[in-house]
Design a protein around this ligand. Sequence first.
Ligand code: DUC
Ligand code: ZN
Ligand code: ZN
Ligand code: ZN
Length: 501
Amino acid sequence: QEFDTILRNANVNGSFICDIGIKRGIIASLGVELVATENTRIIECGGAVVTPGGIDGHVHLSQDRSPRAREAGYVSADTVETGTRSAVAGGTTTVILFAEQSRGQSLKEQVEAYHALVDDQGSYADYGFHAIITDPTDQVLEDELPRLAREGGIMSMKLFLTYKHMRITDRQVLLALKKARELGMVALVHAENGDLVDLFTEHLEARGLTDPRYKAVAHPPEAETEAVHRAITFSSVMDTPMLIVHVSIQQSMDVIRKAQSLLKPVFAETCPQYLLLGRENLDREHFCGAKFVCSPPLRSDPRDVEQIWRGIINGTFTIFSSDHCPYRFNDSRGKKLGYTCDGDGTAKGVFTKIPNGLPGVETRLPLLFSEGVLKRRCIDVKRFVELTSENPAKLYGLYPKKGAIQVGSDADIVVWHEQETFAPKILDHDRDLHDGCDYSPYDGITFWNWPRTVLLRGRVVFDNGRVTSDSRHGQFLKRKSCGLPYQRRMGGEWDVLRAAI
Ligand code: DUC
Ligand code: ZN
Ligand code: ZN
Ligand code: ZN
């Protein structure tokens, strides 16, 4: 057969070397010495490791259009266009964004608005949506959500247990989970105890303890661990697959591990910041601590970071996502919202006003490859692929179209040459990255590798440090149900009761 492109001598997932033949954007053949015609583009890999395009299941782009965001006055540093450009430049060819319902508004209309937004800006990467439910009315649960799942291919919902404008009650969580089970959707949960965080925050504010470092005090580990336990309990009662997003601490991992060992349908995600950045970053001078404000916050000591690595290695974490949520630092509509500078130059900022979130969609893959596979040598390429591509594809109903290098899959491929490892680079945001932000929390960190070439459905979208595509090629992905194995409960009184709720 004729191929549009052949990747020669590719070390697939670090496990075997072959040629990859691509036709019409699909992997058509894996073999040795595949035959090229005069029209075939040859990409010589020379034994370089190739992995499937990254899938980032947790990316906030242009998520600043709600009435609440407008009122608060912050603006996302990335649009869908700049954020997905940044994604492909770091080897991520698929992102799942959030379509956020505002209270009192229809979920369906919000999803349509996000579709229109992406149609307008375009996307460099393939993309899907999670539906954030902040107001689970009958209309939303009985009419809109079933339509979005069955016709719209939106097979995941996100629920919040914290944030005044997002959180729903325990009763609402239970009802949403029951609906998720019926529709074959997976539920993502932001697990922090909202009352606890609000109370701590109010007390800190009343005492004038408002520097960025108090963010970590306001969100103690217990707030996370309690909510993780509660969420898992609800998932178990409703027999609904659940992903606990951005797990930041050992105590939460323990709760998750226990549930997993009992075969409960519980999956977990962690993010680069919890693997690499300690709480001391919040103390950086000249208000630079604000660059590191996110929630859950960066945790106290380096030990926590070591423990999160254990969860990466031992399988507690199913996926590794960025939680890319960028705000510019030198910007009164970004990290410096509500910031003033005294005459003597002392910074006065209030952590409650600093918008939450760090950029990271572009650095996610290179960081895990560099730190996990190369420096610590604590995971192999196969585990790297599971965490960054294969498992997200399975969890979010995209496998095996995405998340695999095999015949029939989309030709989304990342090429990692060993030469990059011999020329490590110290990250410099302005020189190296392609997002709309003005800093990276990983500035100054040495990267031992970076993707040389990235393909999205057979098209080279990034090569030798340059984005070689435009935003007109990303396609919306209609997704299926969760394809990761989990055990369903068997019959009994619970089913009768559940059916009756
Ligand atoms: N925390 C969230 O829950 N969402 C976006 C960014 C963040 O830090
Ligand atoms: Zn969250
Ligand atoms: Zn998030
Ligand atoms: Zn084009």
